[in-house]
Design a protein around this ligand. Sequence first.
Ligand code: ZN
Length: 286
Amino acid sequence: MISVRNGHGDAFETKAVRTEALALHLPRRACVRLLAQPSVPVDLPVDPYVFGYWLGDGQSANGNICVGMQDYEHLRAELIKTLRAYEDLGEAHYWQNMMMLNIRRRPELCPKGHDRTDNPRFSKAGHPICRRCTNGKAKHLPTLMSLHERLKSVGVIKNKHIPDLYLHAGTHQRRALLQGLMDSDGHIDKAGRAGFTNTNRRIVDGFVFVARSLGYKPQVRQHNTSGWIVSFAVNSTAPIVRLERKAARVVVATSRQARMKYIRSVTELTPDGHDQSPIFRSVLEL
Ligand SMILES: [Zn+2]
């Protein structure tokens, strides 16, 4: 579906046009409505909201997440929602007004899920030993992976970035990921626009990719002290954050400019191999 200026001032009409027709005669000022790219949910090792929050405010070497007191109750509730049967939430004071939260395997369980409460044993170095694992009968049991281990399985420990698995996850999963990133390192400015600040260029690039896939028009600029700032208008009512104090500041942009992208050019590409149907590439103005 595209919108075409109909020759009467600013009025646009919307119609379905084949890409082939677009290429033959590109209508002046044709534009497409920005929408979230639909895709089906995939299996993710870590909840996408928690993953986004960890990318923003988590410790790179493990699964710990630091949070200020004002957002502590919110984050705690979000993390508890995602706990697996064998997990609980570890909490510790970090420094000043900060708390450190971590999703961990319940301390009484060994990695194979045996309860060690009634039979605690420790190695000479002080590490807990599971009597039922040490007799070699637990090799076939699946390991109950901690958050740290699950983050490691997607290659992000000490290597923060958004892996392809998450970049191309389901629509709702990508939105949850963006919300986690926004709740940790994002802000809503005085005009109600969304902003995201980070010093890690790979996270910034991933953020931009995910934001575009959800129909936003993010712009990146470099900042002297805080790395990069991504900013964009919130062009739909779909929630961009979960934190109430940030959500209250959002102003939904309804202008055509915020909701549309203009088509700049459409080019025919040479079909490759056996597929004889013409292929077109359309270039959109950002
Ligand atoms: Zn065991």
